[in-house]
Design a binder for this molecule. Sequence first.
Ligand SMILES: *[C@@H]1O[C@H](CO)[C@@H](O)[C@H](O)[C@H]1NC(C)=O
Ligand SMILES: *[C@@H]1O[C@H](CO)[C@@H](O)[C@H](O)[C@H]1NC(C)=O
Ligand SMILES: *[C@@H]1O[C@H](CO)[C@@H](O)[C@H](O)[C@H]1NC(C)=O
Length: 438
Amino acid sequence: AMIRGHPVSLGLLLLLIHSAQGHYAQKLLNDLMENYSSALRPVDDTDRALNVTLQVTLSQIKDMDERNQVLIAYLWIRQTWHDAYLKWNKEDYDGLDVIHIPSSLVWRPDLVLYNKADDDFSGPMDTNVRLRYNGEITWDAPAITKSSCVVDVSYFPFDSQECNLTFGSWTYNGNQVDIIMGMDSGDLSDFVENVEWECRGMPATKNVIMYGCCSDPYPDITYTVLLQRRSSFYIFNLLLPCFLISFLAPLGFYLPADSGEKVSLGVTVLLALTVFQLMVAESMPPSESVPLIGKYYIATMTMVTASTSLTIFIMNIHFCGVEAKPVPHWAKVLIIDYMSKICFVYEVGENCASPLPQGPTVTFGPCVFCTHGSGFAGMDTKLVRNVEYIANCFREQRATCAKGAEWKKIAKVMDRFFMWIFFIMVFLMSILIIGKAP
Ligand SMILES: *[C@@H]1O[C@H](CO)[C@@H](O)[C@H](O)[C@H]1NC(C)=O
Ligand SMILES: *[C@@H]1O[C@H](CO)[C@@H](O)[C@H](O)[C@H]1NC(C)=O
Ligand SMILES: *[C@@H]1O[C@H](CO)[C@@H](O)[C@H](O)[C@H]1NC(C)=O
């Protein structure tokens, strides 16, 4: 019976202890709260400061709003202090050394986030506090903070940001409530990685501000959240498309003028770039510092505009036609002789298979029929004159054709020349922007 009864009595004993503790806890709370006021700073000596130890854990970065300059973070805030009136003797309460009670029952330091950017001024959450027999109170409270943060987007999308979270007592000065850093930095051990931002650390500094000449000190603790943007999203969605589109702009020079699409290609490219630029501008604060990517867009758009205008000029040259003046000599020498060799332009239609084999060329002397007088003596002079007229016409037509072809060739050489120039420009600009990335 004894062996069987043993577990039963043990259970009973445990239950007894438990109920005894519950009973003691009740009594303890009644005793503690009998003459306690949560309104007053709980110190024995009112001349001494109450030390509050602050420790902040960054759990998550919920959002970084660049446009409104607000950082939304999920924090766990731990405050520890000693309450001079909430002490008890462990032995009097059956060894009870820790109780958890609602935080609204005890005095709490009024630590607030100074650079709060929230519209609602609700206080911290009413979570429980942990009260030890020696009066030490530990209060853990989760908080979603909206803090203002000066966002500098000049290096977007390769930027890094520093956001300050400043905590201080709202009403007490440093001689009444002193804040002490729990650790040298914010705790990141429970940090949930953010998709856009990488957290590089969270150093803490304590500042003591004296307002006026001889007044009281106001201590605060500033946590600086160091954030580095993960730029791959922006590289793939904003930079790479712009990069590819901008390579189309020089190709506009390569397009044959007779297709009539040269200018519309330039305008289309310009429109596409405008769309991307608007997308960037929408998410950036309207500040004076233009982000790096914005500068790239502007430079690319300037280049495309220049190339389109140049195309229009070159088109004019291309369609000079038969009424035009002959090509000036210097242009012939400079463009047709030298530049065409530099730009590898050989013949007007050279990139469409080999030129057609030329038929036997019939050359007419200035006056075929009239020189050898005797053989054609019987010929009608009228017929001779007519044939001569036809020959002259033919000669003239060939000459104008050649003139038109010369202008066309000049247009082509210039096209090719600017194509290379703009290719090099696009390339250099892209190198420059990538070089700025850290
Ligand atoms: C609370 O105050 C009353 C009256 O001032 C006093 O009689 C009583 O002993 C006090 N209780 C405790 C626990 O200090
Ligand atoms: C608060 O801390 C300072 C030193 O950091 C110490 O001198 C002071 O006595 C502490 N105050 C209390 C009430 O313990
Ligand atoms: C953030 O806090 C640090 C430390 O107090 C200070 O040096 C820095 O200037 C602050 N930055 C901003 C933007 O206020």
